[in-house]
Ligand binder design. Structure first.
Ligand code: NAD
Length: 340
């Protein structure tokens, strides 16, 4: 009997369904040569659920997630009115304690990037900071958002970043705004420094977040692993995605001790919804991260190799890459490379 993994698939909304369906074709192809099976179980979540269930993450979907080994998640629109449900991604990260948001940033062949041969990872604390959702109107025109930073969460994500750096170029840059946020980023900085003592072979440096945004443009090649708090990581990883090739290619993993959720870095891009024209590579690469996290390294590498082969040839390119191929044509080209 081949090993079977139960995978929750949340297609999401906007461009989510079309790019997720494209990814499922890739996952089907990669199983043909593998000695494992993926039991894909579909769950409802996203904007359309609010009218149907009064929430964007219904209980039955939470139960489904609890019964699976990992989640592949399409992007979802988050309404911005006060009082609207918080983002599904943020809810799942908190519910399953997915404390490390890992966003590999690597130049790919045939894709325009700011500089050649970039290869670094942004590790973002994923459970607290300004995403704690503790925001209040205290008087008309006066609002307060709590930025919650704890030693526990900062230590946990730092441990993750240092362990990751050990498998890479052995360099960690921690990013903060300790000159202004002396208490909260003081806690974060102290936690990183305490963890660093256990990793004497890792080179450590730090940057203020404003300087880090500049350095990502000026000298992105100096980075290996960047570790930072939630909002800074969100902003830096979108910037890093653009520096290395664009949002259409950037994948993210949300990792906890017992569960993982894998998604593209980009959002639901509603203006392109249903047009079969966006790039599915970001979520396909997220699926590869999922396979790797499940321990299926060979299958993960096969997907990544197929993506690289299609990009190197440059014949099939979606609009963001300067071409006119459709979402499905890109997925089919990747499937063909996996089968060849
Ligand atoms: P977005 O990432 O959806 O889109 C920004 C732009 O990036 C698009 O207009 C498009 O030009 C480009 N883009 C994004 N994905 C692409 C792809 N696959 N191929 C080619 N180009 C692509 O960001 P936004 O407009 O700020 O957000 C739209 C909605 O998505 C919001 O409701 C936001 O809350 C939500 N969002 C969800 C997630 C998530 O589900 N994890 C993440 C980010 C944003």
């Amino acid at each position: 009997m081949p090993k079977t993994y139960n995978i929750a698939v949340l297609k999401g909304d906007g461009i989510g369904p079309e790019i997720t369906e494209a990814t499922i074709k890739v996952l089907q192809a990669v199983q043909e040569k593998a000695d494992f099976k993926l039991n894909l179980q579909y769950g409802e979540a996203g904007l359309y659920c609010i009218e149907k269930y009064g929430t964007n993450l219904p209980d039955q979907t939470i139960q489904l997630l609890k019964q699976t080994d990992a989640c592949l998640k399409g992007p979802m629109t988050t309404p911005e009115e006060a009082g609207a449900p918080v983002s599904v991604a943020v809810k799942i990260r908190k519910l399953f304690n997915l404390y490390a948001n890992v966003r590999p940033c690597k130049t790919l062949p045939g894709v325009e990037s700011l500089k050649p041969n970039l290869d670094f990872v942004v590790v973002r604390e994923n459970t607290e900071g300004l995403y704690a959702g503790a925001e209040f109107a205290v008087a008309p025109g006066v609002g307060i958002a709590y930025r919650i930073i704890t030693t526990e969460a900062s230590t946990r994500v730092s441990e993750f970043a240092f362990k990751l750096a050990q498998t890479r170029k052995k360099h960690v840059t921690y990013v903060h705004k300790g000159n202004i946020l002396r208490i909260t980023d003081g806690i974060f900085k102290d936690a990183v420094k305490a963890v660093a003592k256990n990793y004497p072979d890792i080179e450590v440096d730090d940057l203020h977040v404003d300087a880090a945004t500049m350095q990502l443009i000026k000298k992105p090649e100096v980075f290996d692993v960047i570790v930072t708090t939630n909002l800074f990581g969100d902003i830096l990883s979108d910037e890093a995605a653009q520096v290395t090739g664009g949002l259409g290619l950037a994948a993210g993993a949300n990792i906890g001790d017992k569960y993982g959720m894998f998604e593209p870095v980009h959002g639901s891009a509603p203006k392109y919804s249903g047009q079969n024209r966006v790039n599915p590579i970001a979520i396909i690469m997220a699926a590869a991260l999922m396979l790797r996290n499940l321990g299926e390294e060979a299958a993960a590498a096969r997907v990544e190799k197929a993506v690289i082969a299609v990009l190197s040839e440059g014949k099939i390119r979606t609009a963001d890459l300067g071409g006119n191929a459709t979402t499905m044509e890109m997925a089919e080209a990747i499937v063909q490379k996996i089968r060849s």
